[in-house]
Design a protein around this ligand. Structure first.
Ligand SMILES: Cc1ncc(COP(=O)(O)O)c(C=O)c1O
Length: 274
């Protein structure tokens, strides 16, 4: 079956979808998005993804019915024969007659596609610590990802598959994931702020940590905390929970046999993927 996509509610093979070059998504990255996973034909935490999409739409003042988005995302899954994967879905402010920074009322433009993906057996990551050069509203899931893209590709040239970003030494998040670390048998993660995306997987993992009654702190942490960490993990919709094996430009005390990580990972897989 060819890769299926949806454009303003019409489903077709992705090769047949035509998008105007006057789309504000193309001209300005004036668009927001979600990545929603599904397993055994069922979405994982669908409503929470929709709530975050609504937050992104409201904060960017893109007028679009969330019910319409929800129906279109569900239709993509229903029309596909895939059992495990994710749907990428973006909403732009629409198509302009001229390229103007000023926007007026226009119809929002919705585009999504469905992709096969296996969530298991992902290898530990080699990462690079980099400056967080992004804008100040990273809580919005905007398609303007140039800061992430540039830093991730610098890291790739050092044979890394992810980055850990910091603002003046203060940890924010990964290039496409949230970060957790373990120190003295306690689990830590940067608290929510406009500098990080409120990850859906972050939320799921925190729920597990609280259910297990592990020592846990959401707060403000810096590079020195990472130097002392015995385990560092990323969380995201496509990664699930995945550990860091090495930070190429920072000496750490990572121990690959972290019991807290093992327990959280097992609980996560059993809750969402069984
Ligand atoms: C910058 C950033 N932070 C965090 C995440 C993790 O969010 P989620 O768990 O909702 O996939 C992502 C996911 O793409 C991301 O791009």
């Amino acid at each position: 079956m060819p890769k299926l996509a949806s454009y303003n509610g019409f489903i077709d093979s992705i090769e047949n979808i035509k998008i105007s070059p006057m789309s504000r998504a193309f001209l300005f990255s004036d668009s927001v998005y979600e990545v929603i996973s599904f397993y055994q034909n069922k979405f994982i935490d669908f409503e929470r993804h929709l709530d975050r999409l609504k937050h992104s739409l409201d904060e960017t003042k893109i007028a679009c019915s969330i019910d319409e988005c929800s129906a279109e995302i569900k239709k993509l899954l229903n029309e596909s024969d895939l059992e495990s994967g994710y749907i990428y879905f973006q909403v732009s402010r629409g198509i302009d007659s001229i390229r103007s920074h000023f926007f007026d009322e226009s119809d929002c433009e919705r585009f999504g596609f469905i992709e096969k993906f296996s969530f298991f057996n992902q290898s530990p990551l080699k990462v690079m610590l980099v400056d967080d050069i992004r804008w100040q509203r990273c809580d919005i899931k905007s398609t303007s990802l140039l800061g992430n893209v540039l830093q991730m590709n610098d890291a790739k040239s050092m044979d890394c598959n992810e980055i850990i970003m910091h603002k003046n030494g203060q940890l924010t998040e990964g290039g496409a994931s949230n970060i957790f670390f373990v120190k003295n048998n306690k689990i830590f993660t940067p608290k929510l702020s406009p500098n990080i995306l409120p990850g859906i997987t972050r939320h799921q993992v925190i729920k597990i940590i609280k259910q297990k009654e592990f020592d846990f702190i959401e707060g403000t942490f810096d590079i020195n905390d990472l130097k002392e960490a015995s385990s560092i993990w990323f969380t995201s919709t496509t990664k699930g929970i995945i550990e860091v094996k090495e930070i190429v430009n920072l000496e750490t005390k990572i121990n690959p046999k972290c019991e807290l990580l093992k327990v959280c990972k097992e609980a996560f897989v059993s809750k969402y993927f069984s």
